[in-house]
Design a binder for this molecule. Sequence first.
Ligand code: TMP
Ligand code: ASP
Length: 250
Amino acid sequence: MTPDHGPLLYEGKAKRVFASAEADQVLVEFKNDATAFNAQKKAQLVDKGRLNCQISARLFELLEQHNVPTHYCGLVADTWMQVQRVEIIPLEVVLRNVATGSLCRQTPIAEGTALDPALFDLYYKDDALGDPLLTEARVQLLGVVKADHLSAIEQLARRVNEILCPFFNAIDLQLIDFKLEFGVTSGGELLLADEISPDTCRLWDRRRTDANDRILDKDRFRKDLGGVMEAYGEVLKRVQSQCPIPRNCL
Ligand code: TMP
Ligand code: ASP
């Protein structure tokens, strides 16, 4: 079902953003498009939009219950959510609990090394530049975020990690790392935005030991492991067992 919506405001790789009847809110449609390696690899994954929308909605609700301010207002359809209108800060905020992915490609840190405290990494959100890793000095130089918002972003990202790790543990999933995006409302409020889903998190199944079998996130697509939607479906099934009823806007 497609809800009533206003004009398309923005189209990204995985979502479309439309105007809504409320001036300070927008409607987000989750797409089935999957991309990796800065969109060099592309596919349509049937049902991905619904799975990511439903998983994200529940995780945003969980975070709201723990007083993390998010853009989430409610679900309006299987693949649509209503959110606060924000200006997205062009930073990809990554928290890593276990070393893998780009950290192991770019440094000699061994795959699987536990990172405690979690490693906080910032990337500049710019496809043309390939989302480069930033230093704090480069973030300041770019001027994309106010200093007080940057420290708030690190605190919120660590808080999100403290909430999500035990939540996922309880459903036999290990949160390896994840990417967050933040936005600022017209009133200047900093909110967690975008999505939290197997597209943006690495989740390993604690019920499996095989290094490939345990992957329940977009790495299945990146590494051509197959069973991508089955993995996302398993994540939703387990998340739903803890967060059954997402808030509806309508
Ligand atoms: P990385 O190890 O490739 O840097 O990824 C770190 C985390 O960020 C991982 O959970 C996947 C997520 N991520 C995104 O959500 N979008 C991206 O464009 C990239 C590169 C990673
Ligand atoms: N999100 C990036 C892309 O769409 C990269 C990734 O997730 O691996 O290309």
